[in-house]
Design a protein around this ligand. Structure first.
Ligand SMILES: Nc1ncnc2c1ncn2[C@@H]1O[C@H](COP(=O)(O)OP(=O)(O)OP(=O)(O)O)[C@@H](O)[C@H]1O
Ligand SMILES: [Mg+2]
Length: 261
């Protein structure tokens, strides 16, 4: 067990607003974390830091044994797989699904002049297949359904065989069957010993794939609690995080929560 991500006293300030306030958090290579918290809690901001795409205003960040601020982020980023709306929005709509995945190998979002190896295309295609979207490989990204786009984004995040995988709301916009397929596929991936350390942001407890080991609860840019899911995720901690009396239920490794009646 060794740390892949380590934050110490991380603060992000924009004007007078504190997006993150004094966050200390460590992710080890055999851990799979879920981040839960209300809209605006700072989840995406935290993931942007973990992805070496945002520098904190204060504090120390170690990613994959490199110190953020003292490393060439263009060398570090290919070692981190990130799936997020921001990345999806930066993908040119006319690019095919296959190119949206292949270009991750070069840390770029548009395919225009680079020389790609046949090997990369094969890998991208097999990732699309593994995530159930092999049939849309030649379709422009902009014509894909929300669910198809989400899966292409995950395939893209995995393209570089990352040591750290960051998924920001991968289940948002999916229908029930799509969500269940995503949860099952993610859970399968997490069961693989070779799978990278993973951090998943979600709004819905139903989207936590079985096999996730840890949870970080975030509210107003601060950590409410963090640690093993089995001890930290409780009705009480969820209620404090969302400022509402909530009742948590767990069945066969799947979670849900409702307002207490
Ligand atoms: N440049 C900025 N200037 C001021 N405030 C900002 C800036 N960028 C983000 N914020 C604010 O920081 C807070 C945290 O944003 P963030 O996107 O990290 O939240 P989140 O937890 O991911 O929310 P959501 O669940 O809605 O995705 C929000 O209130 C957002 O409006
Ligand atoms: Mg967000």
């Amino acid at each position: 067990m060794s740390p892949v991500l380590s934050l110490s006293g991380v603060t992000v300030r924009r004007g007078r607003k504190l997006l993150l306030n004094n966050i200390s958090w460590q992710v080890n290579d055999d851990e799979r974390w879920v981040i839960l918290g209300p809209n605006g809690a700072g989840k995406t901001t935290l993931l942007q830091i973990a992805a070496a795409r945002l520098f904190p205003t204060a504090g120390q960040v170690q990613i994959l044994d490199e110190q953020l601020g003292a490393v060439d982020v263009f060398e570090l980023r290919p070692r981190i797989g990130l799936s997020s709306n921001a990345i999806a929005n930066s993908l040119p709509g006319h690019e095919t699904a296959l190119n949206a995945v292949v270009t991750a190998a070069y840390g770029v979002t548009g395919r225009w002049r680079e020389e790609y190896e046949r090997f990369d295309e094969k890998r991208a295609f097999s990732l699309l297949n593994a995530w159930g979207v092999g049939t849309v490989f030649d379709r422009p990204f902009s014509t894909l359904s929300e669910g198809e786009r989400k899966r292409v984004q995950i395939a893209r995040a995995l393209m570089t065989d990352p040591e750290l995988l960051l998924l920001d709301e991968p289940g948002a916009g999916l229908d029930l069957a799509g969500r269940e397929a995503l949860v099952a596929r993610t859970s399968e991936l997490m069961a693989d010993e070779a799978a990278p350390a993973t951090v998943l942001v979600t709004h819905h407890l139903e989207e936590i794939p079985p096999g996730f080991t840890h949870v970080l609860l975030l509210r107003d840019g601060e950590v409410v609690d963090a640690g093993p899911i089995s001890s930290i995720l409780t009705s009480q901690s969820l209620s404090s995080t969302f400022d509402m009396p909530l009742e948590l239920t767990e069945r066969h490794g799947r979670y849900s929560a409702f307002m207490k009646q």
